[in-house]
Design a protein around this ligand. Structure first.
Ligand code: ADE
Length: 425
């Protein structure tokens, strides 16, 4: 850790990791052609000249590519981690050492450090906040009202953050525009589904090295993330059970071929549990009580409260780490329950988060949402805004081009047909 006593310029694990980080950031960049094009345009047009920007994100090779694009566009950017366990220390080191971007993030930082970094981010006096889970925005609204006058707007990456922003709006405390990156089609169709689907199982496999074929995997929540995880677990040969509270999603899960039941019925059947609901205590004492010996529980939802770990820890008679990111708790009934990644996002704790090819689109949305905020400074209402459709469509078109895929275009006759009503049977 390098820091001057008065005002630290960064807090990373070890600057000597920078060269490894650089190689990995460049490797990820190969799979991010859309963001590359945006970076090249930003470098010419400098849309962020004079803009102080804070990004609270998982500090990964993909986030590094976003930060470099924003810096190329003239942003005075500072980065903090959006989760204590998701930082890639070599990436943090590289951003500081090679790009001069202040980063405050160390893998395994405690909660107190995490919250201190949020304060440091606000000390940067941001004009734009890129948030992932809304911790920086919520802290500013609660503790630093006077800084709101500096804010052009915020962009939010994840479902949980959008839920919080909408709650702020309903409480009348959202006094600046918030761009909803999560709900862009080029974000959630791919990042939430294919990104979470692959990276969650990647994290579980890296943490445990268990075979999923033949296992019963219980997926809690059938939003886009849950859909992706259930699909990929099935592909690996698992028997998948889905739990839901939303009747429509439950029908979807059923018609997608999964068993659907309440958690209390799934609990004694599951070998592996994965929560992705955005809610708290989806797995709690009555479920632990009936689980099989050796059942594994993990979370891929944004916050670490989907599994009631506090009560598990209070009840357990013994706890021991059996592998990295794998802890075994002995219960009074003699069975053990295995907790993966401390109940934090398992895809980022034990693996590397979503692959670059999907983050390309998510972060293209972030970059263009920031540019949109600057271009429309002072003109946008203080509420949660959708990403404009032309931005979403443009990202999709660029991505397809990067993938070398061509698609059809409508003929003149077809355009006429879909814009008319008088041609029927
Ligand atoms: N969220 C999920 N995966 C991620 C990644 N690779 N980088 C940044 N944020 C992410």
């Amino acid at each position: 850790m390098v820091a001057t006593p008065s005002k630290p310029k960064h807090e990373v694990k070890d600057l000597a990791l920078a060269s490894v980080g650089k190689q990995r950031i460049e490797w990820a960049g190969r799979e991010m052609p859309v963001l590359k094009q945006i970076r090249e345009r930003f470098a010419q047009e400098k849309p962020f000249t004079g803009v102080r920007l804070v990004a609270c994100s998982h500090i990964t090779t993909e986030t590094a590519n976003l930060a470099i694009a924003l810096q190329a566009g003239g942003a005075d950017a500072l980065l903090i981690a959006s989760n204590p366990l998701s930082t890639q220390d070599d990436v943090a080191a590289c951003l500081v050492a090679e790009y001069g971007i202040p980063v405050f993030a160390i893998k395994g930082e405690d909660n107190e450090t995490y919250h201190r970094h949020v304060q440091i981010a606000l000390d940067h006096k941001p004009n734009i906040i890129i948030d992932d889970g809304s911790d920086v925005v919520a802290t500013m609204v609660q503790e630093r009202q006077h800084q709101i006058e500096d804010i052009i707007g915020t962009t939010e990456e994840t479902t949980t953050g959008i839920v919080r922003l909408r709650a702020m709006f309903n409480d009348g405390v959202l006094s600046f525009p918030a761009m909803n990156v999560n709900d862009a089609e080029t974000k959630h169709f791919f990042d939430n589904r294919y990104g979470t689907g692959q990276s969650t199982l990647d994290g579980i496999i890296r943490a445990t090295n268990v075979l999923l074929a033949g296992k019963t995997v219980v997926v809690a929540g059938y939003g886009w993330c849950g859909k992706g995880v259930a699909m990929r677990a099935k592909g690996l040969g698992a028997n998948v059970i889905v739990t839901e509270i939303n009747p429509v999603r439950a029908i979807e899960a059923k018609m997608d071929g999964f068993r659907v039941m309440p958690m209390i019925e799934a609990a004694p059947q599951g070998d592996l549990f994965i929560t992705l609901t955005g809610n708290k205590h989806v797995i709690r004492p009555e479920h632990f009580e009936v689980m099989k010996n050796g059942a594994m529980v993990s979370n891929s939802g944004h916050f670490d409260l989907e599994i009631d770990l506090k009560s598990l820890k209070e009840t357990a008679t013994e706890a021991k780490e059996v592998r990295n990111f794998t802890e075994e708790y002995k219960m009074p009934n003699g069975k053990t329950i295995v907790v993966l990644g401390e109940g934090r996002l398992i895809n980022l704790a034990a693996a590397e988060g979503h692959p670059s090819a999907v983050m390309d689109m998510s972060f293209a949305n972030q970059a263009l949402a920031c540019e949109y905020l600057v271009k429309n400074k002072g003109k946008l209402e203080p509420k949660v805004h959708s990403i404009p459709e032309e931005i979403d469509q443009n990202i999709a078109a660029l991505k397809l081009k990067g993938m070398g895929v061509e698609i059809d275009t409508l003929t003149e006759d077809q355009v006429k047909y879909i814009n008319s009503w008088n041609e029927g049977t």
